[in-house]
Structures are given as structure tokens and as C-alpha cells.
Design a protein around this ligand. Structure first.
Ligand SMILES: Nc1ncnc2c1ncn2[C@@H]1O[C@H](COP(=O)(O)OP(=O)(O)OP(=O)(O)O)[C@@H](O)[C@H]1O
Ligand SMILES: [Mg+2]
Length: 286
């Protein structure tokens, strides 16, 4: 039987979790960690070290490789997800992780519940999963940054950007917390803009999106970087801009974001906004 990552996280005991966290901590210096390092770090006997690594391996939270004759371990994406789940539950941010609601190129998005039983969203980033080098190049990141670092730093960036934009009254889901590669935020119960055929006041919606991009750029020093009709959710005629892990200060990205969204509103709703004016506006110069 294939267990979900949530079930596998629940099966992890404290020692296994600490060992897995240690492997993740090592990611900057080595991809695979020899089992002997686990032994010296935690004072395990050989047998104890083998039991812990076998459990992690059977739960598919690590992969194994023989390196210079020694069994060595590397966390998998599920391993990172499991650590985030454990931590978020312990911190009482999340009570329950439920169904998958989105599986993107670089993330898995789950619906979950808070300890007050309010729905929330847990987004697990998987940056560098499919085309490792490409993802890095697109983001202008150094060539050999490991995926664990890329994914955890992207989660932190998404959380901090959402937090700053929200505090400055931009239209984004309220962020609640982040941990490892996961960001927890408000669940927006709506539809992606791409699927919305009609709006009462499309111009107002476009303005709210541009105002959000402006707040992000002027107050938080970040251009969204991937703004499109797929990354805006409409709930009760209000737009919410999602998907900020790649946000960074970059005038070229800002211009591309603005052109993308103006192009969509022109095609779908016949709204013509002057791109020159819009760019000056989001830069905070108008
Ligand atoms: N806060 C939220 N509330 C409701 N649904 C959300 C929320 N965040 C994400 N989703 C859903 O999950 C999907 C993927 O989220 P997001 O765009 O942040 O990640 P992604 O990795 O870029 O995915 P994709 O590659 O599909 O764009 C969204 O299209 C949306 O359907
Ligand atoms: Mg997206």
C-alpha cells in the first residue's frame, strides 16, 4: 500500500525526525550523508543507525546510495514535506492536511485545517525537481545550489513577500507561517481568473491587481515575476494574487508582469490601459 506523505509523517518518531532534520541541515555541504555521520552526531550504535536509516528509507523519506563503500542518505522531496508537516502541527499552525487542490510544476498545494477548523492552504515547494538547471537559470540563482536550499529559500521568500504585501494592504492571501519548503496561507475559495468569463467591474479588478503589484514593488522591493491570469484567484469579484516564491526586485520582470496582465484584460474584457502609464504607476512614480 502506498502511504501519503501525511501518513508517512505521522509514522515518524522523534528520533527519526531528528535524524531526517540533520540530513536536511547538511544539504549545503553534502548531498548524501554517510550513515556513520548519523552515528557520531546522535551517539547511535551501528544497529540503531541502521534501524533509523531503514525506516526512513522504507517510508521513502530518504534515498540511499553507496558512496566510497558506505551507505549514505539523501532526503527526498517527501522527506522535506514530512519535516514541514511535523513542525507546522507541533507549532499548532496546522491541525490537519487534507486533499490536494493544485499540483503545479514547482509545487503541490493542499487544503488543510487550522486548530480552529478553518480551512487553509499548505503549499509545498519543489524547486529544482524536474529541470534542475533550468529552474536555477530562470531565477538567476547560482548553478550548484541544491534543491533543498532552493525550495526552502523560495518558501521563505514567498512567505515574507505575502506578509509584506498583506501588511501594506495588497490583495493577497493572508500568510500564516512557513516551515522548510512549505508556506501556509489563507484559503481563497474562488476561481482562477483564467476561468472567469465575466466580471461586473473588470476595470476595478485590474486596478486592484496593479495596486497589489505596486505595493509589492514600492513597499516590499519585489516584482511578482510570474503574474498572469493563472496566478490570480477571483473570490466575490475581488482578485487575490498568489504564487510569489520567485518574487524579486527586477524592473524587467515588473514590466513583463504588467504587460501580461494588461494583455489578458484587453483580450478577455476589452479593457485598454496605457502600458506606459501602468508601468510608471506600479513603480510608484505616478
Ligand atoms: N491561497 C490559495 N487559495 C486557494 N487556492 C490556492 C491558493 N494557493 C494556491 N492555490 C491553488 O493551487 C494552484 C497552484 O498554486 P500556485 O500557483 O501558488 O503554485 P505553482 O507551483 O505556480 O503552480 P502552477 O505551476 O500551476 O502555477 C493554484 O492555481 C490554485 O488553484
Ligand atoms: Mg501558479
Amino acid at each position: 500500500m502506498r502511504l501519503s506523505v501525511v501518513e508517512r509523517a505521522a509514522l515518524l518518531d522523534e528520533m527519526e525526525e531528528r535524524a531526517l532534520a540533520f540530513l536536511v541541515d547538511q544539504a549545503r555541504s553534502r548531498e548524501y550523508v554517510p550513515v556513520s555521520m548519523l552515528r557520531s552526531r546522535f551517539g547511535f550504535t551501528e544497529k540503531e543507525a541502521n534501524v533509523v536509516s531503514d525506516r526512513l528509507f522504507r517510508l521513502r523519506l530518504v534515498s540511499k546510495q553507496l558512496i566510497m563503500g558506505e551507505v549514505s542518505l539523501k532526503p527526498t522531496f517527501s522527506g522535506l514535506d514530512a519535516l514541514a508537516i511535523k513542525d507546522l502541527i507541533r507549532r499548532k499552525v496546522v491541525k490537519e492536511v487534507s486533499a490536494v487542490i493544485g499540483e503545479g510544476k514547482e509545487s503541490a498545494v493542499y487544503l488543510g485545517y487550522s486548530f480552529n477548523d478553518d480551512p487553509l492552504v499548505i503549499k509545498f515547494l519543489r524547486i529544482g525537481r524536474s529541470s534542475f538547471k533550468n529552474a536555477r537559470k530562470l531565477r538567476g540563482l547560482p548553478e550548484r545550489e541544491p534543491w533543498i536550499i532552493l525550495s526552502t529559500e523560495s518558501a521563505k521568500n514567498e512567505f515574507e513577500t505575502l506578509d509584506c504585501v498583506k501588511r501594506n494592504y495588497g490583495n493577497v492571501p493572508t500568510p500564516y507561517a512557513y516551515s522548510y519548503n512549505a508556506v501556509v496561507m489563507e484559503f481563497i475559495d474562488g476561481q482562477p481568473l483564467q476561468r472567469v468569463k465575466e466580471l461586473q467591474e473588470p476595470k476595478k479588478v485590474l486596478d486592484a491587481i496593479l495596486a497589489t503589484e505596486r505595493v509589492a514593488y514600492v513597499e516590499c522591493n519585489k516584482a511578482h515575476g510570474d503574474l498572469s491570469e493563472y496566478n490570480v484567484i477571483i473570490m466575490a469579484e475581488e482578485p487575490y494574487v498568489i504564487d510569489w516564491p520567485q518574487a524579486k526586485k527586477d524592473e524587467w520582470l515588473l514590466e513583463r508582469d504588467v504587460n501580461n496582465i494588461l494583455g489578458f484584460f484587453s483580450k478577455r474584457f476589452g479593457i485598454e490601459e496605457d502600458p506606459g502609464w501602468a508601468l510608471t504607476y506600479v513603480k510608484g512614480e505616478a
